[in-house]
Design a protein around this ligand. Sequence first.
Ligand code: GUN
Length: 289
Amino acid sequence: MAARILYGKDFAAKIKEDARLEAEKILKATGVMPGLAVVIAGHDPASEVYVRNKHKACGELGIFSLAVELPETATKEELLARIDDLNRDDRIHGILVQLPLPKGLAAAESEILNRIDPVKDVDGFHPVNVGRLSVGEASLVPCTPAGCVRMLELAEIPIDGARAVIIGRSNIVGKPMMNLLLQRNATVTVCHSHTKDLAAITREADILVAAVGKPGFVTADMVKPGATVIDVGINRIAPKKLVGDVDFEAVSEVAGAITPVPGGVGLLTIAMLMQNTVTAARLQAGAKK
Ligand code: GUN
């Protein structure tokens, strides 16, 4: 039987509407409009599209947005100085440095991300926020995994007691996803490039998350009939053709529910970024009272 298709736009609309209402409430109560700064260095075409979409979403939801554009040749010191300015800027409650950084800055990625004030870290990448997530005290959680978990909740797909398998152990997706699912009482396994007999493990999953970065990596024989399959991959296989990590055609015949690419998880990421910006504004407005 064909799987239920989990379209990102349906869930993103609900997450964004909640963020819009909360932004409105904060503005009425404190006179503060939540504000997001997106810092981009260089001209990576995919990143430029993502950044445009972020500013557009801010405009729709009553969130102030500031674009900080630096040349590909920007130095680490220049970028750190801009982050320091944004840390001090009262209009800005969330700061996001778009990744990947240009070649000349990539080695300094941790130092750059760690310079963001943790209360403004809407990506949830700062070690303080990573630590808070792992002890269950998180307020700003990485947007992609947070969006996926919110989607599961909105779709009423049970997490408590489920067997969840994540393929990929990145700091952006795999590890925070592990923590979020564990907190909701799933039994979680994280697989990676050294995992032996991967298919035997993935076939046990009620919830299978693919965050590998390889087109068609998850095939139908790796999926338990009826499982929920979340495809976090975004792979460009031709100038205008994006695919995920999952062989969608074949897997959708086996899975119970599946996210498409494009049109799936990507939309949830932006929606969650809006929610994180509003949450950051609420926390900062509260702290000033
Ligand atoms: N590039 C791709 N995904 C992300 C993300 O979640 N955050 C940032 N800052 N850059 C990205």
